[in-house]
Design a protein around this ligand. Structure first.
Ligand SMILES: [Zn+2]
Length: 195
């Protein structure tokens, strides 16, 4: 459990330092199996990922019920059910990073698609998958994400941001950074070459 919470804390700091999140935006979770049951550690709502302490991380089961020894009295991220729905669909995923990183989010507010670029996993589709805008934190968004996720490891939320998935929390953090960097490259090359 300690390792899980520490990984959430480390990746939270990492994505903040890399400027993938700012203010109180973004949320991160990780999952472990314990006695055959899922335990999910998730960042709390309304606290900057730059200022999280061990006791701020919220532990829940796969249905969102609080568990553990009451370490945290914080409220989980408003996107908790989006994270839980992904874990329910994907047994191979144990880390989720959601950000509003600037270049990806900029693209999400346009009609330009983001290409999958070399450097992180196999390229199976030319473009990153997108889902239409649904209110952040809503049940509708959680349902749409679950039905769209398939085998994707990145999902663009139109007019909102991006979700990156990994076998570990660290891998999800690296992928969130990679997607932001490749979006920046696409933005620059589009400017230079004309959209
Ligand atoms: Zn968001």
């Amino acid at each position: 459990m300690d390792n899980l919470i520490n990984s959430v804390l480390e990746v939270s700091q990492y994505v903040f330092d890399r400027k993938l999140v700012s203010g109180k935006a973004g949320n991160i979770s990780g999952r472990i199996k314990y006695n055959g049951k899922d335990i999910i550690a998730i960042t709390p709502t309304l606290i900057s990922l730059n200022r999280l302490k061990y006791e701020d991380i919220v532990l829940v089961d796969i249905e969102g019920n609080f568990i553990g020894d009451g370490i945290s009295n914080k409220k989980p991220s408003s996107e908790l059910f989006m994270h839980l729905n992904i874990y329910k669909k994907r047994n191979d995923i144990n880390g989720i990073v959601h950000t509003h990183s600037p270049y990806v989010t900029g693209f999400s507010f346009s009609d330009k698609k983001l290409k999958r670029m070399e450097g992180f996993g196999k390229i199976e589709n030319e473009f990153l998958k997108e889902i239409p805008y649904k209110k952040p934190g809503s049940e509708e968004l959680a349902i749409h994400v679950a039905s769209a996720i398939g085998n994707e490891d990145v999902l663009i939320l139109k007019k909102h941001g991006v979700i990156a998935l990994g076998k570990t929390i660290e891998e999800a953090g690296d992928l969130a950074e990679f997607v932001e960097e490749t979006s920046k490259i696409q933005f620059i090359s589009n400017i230079l070459n004309g959209f």
